[in-house]
Design a protein around this ligand. Structure first.
Ligand code: HEM
Length: 53
């Protein structure tokens, strides 16, 4: 869904601008999001490579 978007909805296809590795990083982030605390979020951002969004 992230790569190709969802037809007839506002969901855009991010695959045109992001490679597969970045898209899988988004999937991992979305899976962790429901249990993430503000401090946990900051820790992930601090560990991310500088060139990752
Ligand atoms: C990096 C940013 C985004 C990510 C990672 C993302 C990811 C997703 C995912 C995984 C789904 C499927 C949810 C599910 O049903 O299980 C979804 C649905 C959707 N997204 Fe996004 N999304 C992003 C940004 C956006 C933006 C900017 C818009 C609109 C301006 C948008 C509009 C929608 C809509 C309308 C749906 C529901 C489509 C439907 O089932 O009818 N998304 N998105």
């Amino acid at each position: 869904m992230i790569k190709h978007g969802i037809k007839m909805s506002a969901m855009p296809a991010w695959g045109t601008r992001h490679d597969d590795a970045t898209t899988w990083s988004m999937v991992a982030f979305l899976q962790k999001l429901p249990r993430m605390t503000p401090d946990g979020d900051k820790a992930i951002v601090a560990k991310a490579p500088p060139d990752q969004d």
